[in-house]
Design a protein around this ligand. Structure first.
Ligand code: NA7
Length: 853
């Protein structure tokens, strides 16, 4: 067999691949170990098996006519109904003639000379193909039982993921169910209806909400009927693959009444995306997550009568949503039945399975049947189960020994013309699978068609693109709570599996945009070759931190006028309005407002004192805002964070602003303030000798200048300077101005506006405006922070380099994926938190050890 494309799997993905690729004129065959279509829905025939996305959405959308000939009977259809649907699809598009059933692909080797894959089946047949697509599903390789004695049981053994085709009857039997994941939670109530005795062995309790199953919701059906195309399109551009309004309500700031109202509404909806999206911050903020978790636990306690059982069934050691929540029908109620028991393996672990039952540490149980509902080697398991050898003889299993590495979750370096549908690093299991599958299949079909049209026959991602994507996938996960759970999303359910976050949490919408962009930029990040030669458009498709990107997109969507187009008073008003809803920043011990003498009259300051007993080191801080905007409130959350994390008294000074007070008023005030604090260290609660001068942006500019003046004009002694994305020069021709001059909040136009308000062109090259042009020897040790997407990046870096060249001790922190402003957005841009922790760690190191009195 010599094919254009060989596909592994005949489930949702494989079926659509065969259809789509055949339509595009490719020769294609799919191979499946089963004797019929269905994939997941072929194997998972356990009692109660249903989808957990409403079936109105868990459906193909590629053909409107198909939607007319099929009607789902329930909100969450059963496995037999979904399998019937897939059989209908196979018949309707005559797919079976290109599917080879009862056949497993055991190995695949890339033949570089022929630019083809050579596959071998379990029957020993060879299949040669140009492209090889694994459409083998994310949850298709059941986990091998990792319990001692698992093979010794002489009674009936069942795996939920490989359930027999003939009916199983538990009537009159003593049955064990091991596991309390989705499969167990769906099957337990039905097994309990038959069994004489049912014992559920639970390692980790799961959150579950009632599915409220029944006919498909009328409102959803009406919405689809009204405009099917718009509905399906909205699904494609939604976060999870089901159209939903995304809330901006934060759990921490919502009133108790609003929290309850939103929770009960989601509970009534009985949908995963509803319960996972009650509050905007529940997936990020542990406090909000705990609010939701506790309401869910209350529901469990309301149902389960035995308090000890209820207690065991309440998850307490991972945030809600970080293990996939379940939908159930009478799951918790089942534990009130007299013949059903829960064994909490944390209190009473399994010692061994034996021929006639299970021994735990405290008890011996006899059983007639054991049901293993122990889950899957998820996502990577089915891919590395095939012996896939790429270029240079490296297998996929070897390459992924420390965790998967993909470009877009679709492709991987070293494996040309190899594609994985819903692979690791794609939204896959975190999304409505059918929407993600269609998107992947369409992308692959478009890609192969483009290649054929353009005369390429091989495609492979570049190492740069792949490592960039891996980084982006990790960045997206890092700001969520997912990494706190021992879930199969983290590979934690399979002993020895690398602990990384396997799927992509950035959203179906963002993901689709990235894939579309890759294609529209000439297969950006891919190497293509063929008779026409070679094409490489190398690069990283997503370099901004995901939350920074979200902030930028949100601001763009608001269509705000550029600040530089506004008169100064309106720009200031806008800044005040923009911060109305922002989180307040961390608690500190005390906040006091006062005045200190500036260069030309009193200046307001705000003092933040840590909660710990003083005295403390002192940081004099100058806010950002281009010498024109900003005040004591503008940088308040950042000052709190600085105070709390560096355990320092922070004196934030409101210097005079331009255009009312032009150059060098701000710099003069900054130096006066530093002198005053230096002279009043003890009275502000500071340790003499432990004074750091700090600032952000224009505040970093005047902080740097104050350090130069203190050196030249007799003090005070300054032990360090912290300059966060500072203005150090007036030269706007450096590459970062070209690369980042537009689109990253602080623009070149805005910087022009600031400079014009602040200083005459002739003054801008003086060291009091451009500290980079000053004398740099004998300055205090510096921590300098630059943002990758900041127009000021290169002048900040130039200052770090110049200080180092002048013999000053410098730590330069390059904030990857950050802009000029993003690090200051405390509790909004969560990816800034680890960077600030690093900054404040270095800041603490600037303080000399205090001399005991
Ligand atoms: P899951 O969700 O992985 O659940 C498997 C369950 O089995 C889970 O409770 C596991 O506990 C438990 N388990 C696994 N190994 C053991 C051992 N050795 N001892 C005791 N208990 C064990 O798989 P499902 O099939 O239920 O659901 C998979 C997905 O399909 C689901 O998320 C939906 O998307 C549909 P653990 O939590 O690992 O401690």
């Amino acid at each position: 067999m010599d094919l254009d494309v060989a596909v592994v799997g005949a489930g949702f993905a494989g079926l659509y691949l065969v259809h789509r690729l055949r339509e595009q004129g490719f020769s294609v065959k799919a191979f499946d170990a089963a004797d019929d279509v269905g994939g997941t829905w072929y194997w998972n025939r356990y009692p109660g098996a249903r989808c957990d996305i409403p079936t109105t959405d868990y459906t193909y959308s590629f053909d409107p006519e198909l939607e007319k000939v099929w009607t789902w009977s329930e909100k969450y259809a059963t496995q037999p109904e979904i399998l019937d649907y897939l059989r209908l699809v196979a018949d309707r598009y005559d797919l079976r003639r290109d599917i080879v059933f009862s056949t497993t692909i055991e190995s695949a080797v890339w033949d570089d000379a022929a630019a083809r894959w050579r596959l071998v089946t379990d029957k020993g047949d060879e299949v040669v193909c140009r492209h090889y697509v694994m459409a083998s599903g994310c949850l298709s390789l059941p986990k091998t039982p990792d319990i001692p004695g698992a093979n010794d049981f002489a009674g009936e053994v069942y795996f939920t993921g490989k359930w027999p085709h003939e009916p199983v009857d538990f009537t009159g039997k003593r049955v064990a169910v091991i596991g309390t994941g989705s499969s167990a939670i769906q099957s337990i109530p039905l097994i309990a209806e038959q069994a004489d005795e049912l014992v559920v062995f639970q390692r980790t309790p799961n959150f579950s909400i009632p599915a409220h199953n029944g006919p498909p919701p009328a409102d959803r059906l009406a919405e689809i009927a009204a405009d099917r195309d718009a509905y399906r399109e909205a699904a494609k551009w939604s976060r999870g693959g089901v159209p939903r309004e995304v809330t901006t309500i934060m759990g921490t700031t919502a009133s108790p009444e609003l929290r309850r109202e939103r929770f009960e509404a989601a509970w009534e909806a009985g949908e995963l995306f509803a319960i996972l999206g009650i509050f905007a911050d529940q997936g990020f903020n542990p406090e909000t997550n705990e609010i939701v978790s506790e309401m869910l636990r209350e529901k469990i306690r309301e149902v389960v009568k035995d308090p000890e059982t209820a207690d065991s069934l309440c998850p307490t050691d991972y945030p809600f949503g970080t293990k996939r929540p379940c939908l159930d029908t009478n799951y918790f109620q089942t534990f009130n039945l007299p013949h059903v028991r829960l064994v909490d393996l944390r209190k009473n672990p399994i010692v061994t399975i034996k021929s006639d039952g299970i021994d735990t540490a405290q008890e011996s149980f006899g059983f007639d049947a054991i049901v293993f509902a122990t889950g899957f080697d998820a996502m990577t398991g089915p891919l590395v189960a095939v012996d896939i050898t790429g270029r240079n003889g490296v297998t996929l299993k070897e390459k992924w020994a420390d965790g998967p590495s993909t470009y877009l979750g679709l492709t991987t370096v070293g494996f040309p013309n190899f594609f994985a549908v819903t692979g690791p690093g794609s939204p896959s299991v975190l999304s409505n699978m059918t929407v993600s599958i269609e998107q992947h299949v369409d992308w692959i079909a478009d890609c192969l068609t483009d290649m054929r049209n353009q005369g390429f026959d091989t495609i492979e991602p570049t190492p740069v693109a792949e490592s960039g994507w891996n980084q982006h996938v990790a960045d997206c996960a890092a700001i969520t709570l997912y990494e706190k759970a021992n879930s199969w999303y983290m590979g934690a359910n399979v002993p020895g599996k690398p602990r990384v976050f396997y799927p992509y949490i950035g959203g179906v919408d963002s993901y689709r945009a990235a894939c579309d962009e890759v294609r529209s930029r000439g297969y950006f990040g891919f190497r293509l070759s063929g008779p026409v030669g070679e094409q490489v458009n190398d690069g990283v498709v997503r370099r901004l931190q995901p939350d920074v990107q979200l902030v930028i997109e949100t601001m763009e969507a608001m269509g705000l006028p550029p600040l530089e187009s506004l008169p100064v008073d309106q720009a200031r008003m806008f800044m005040v309005m923009a911060r109305a809803e922002r989180p307040p920043g961390p608690q500190v011990g005390e906040v006091l407002d006062g005045t200190l003498p500036g260069a030309d009259g009193p200046l307001d300051y705000r003092l933040y004192r840590p909660a710990t007993p003083g005295p403390h080191p002192v940081v004099v801080y100058f806010h950002g805002g281009g010498w024109v905007l900003g005040d004591l409130d503008s940088d308040d959350p950042l000052c709190r964070d600085l105070c709390a994390q560096a355990e320092a008294v922070v004196v934030s000074v409101n210097y005079r602003h331009a255009p009312e007070h032009r150059f060098p008023a701000a710099a003069d005030d900054a130096f006066a303030a530093v002198q005053w604090v230096g002279a009043n260290m003890v009275s502000v609660g500071g340790v003499p000798g432990q004074l750091v001068v700090a600032g952000w942006s224009a505040g970093g500019n005047i902080a740097a200048i104050a350090c130069q003046r203190a050196r030249d004009l007799g003090g005070p002694d300054i032990c360090g300077q912290l300059l966060i994305t500072p203005v150090t020069d007036s030269d706007m021709t450096r590459p970062s101005y070209v690369e980042n001059g537009d689109g990253y909040v602080l623009t070149k136009g805005l910087m022009d506006w600031f400079w014009n308000h602040y200083a005459d062109p002739a003054d801008r090259t003086q060291p009091s405006a451009a500290p980079l042009r000053g004398e740099l020897r004998d300055l205090p040790p510096a921590v300098i922070v630059t943002g990758e997407f900041d127009p000021l990046r290169d002048e900040g870096a130039a200052y770090a380099d110049a200080l180092a060249a002048a013999g000053v001790d410098v730590t330069h922190i390059r904030a990857r994926g950050h802009t000029h402003t993003s690090l200051t957005m405390v509790d909004v841009v969560l990816s800034g938190a680890p960077v600030r922790a690093e900054i404040f760690g270095h800041l603490r190191a600037l303080f000399p050890a205090s001399v005991p009195a």
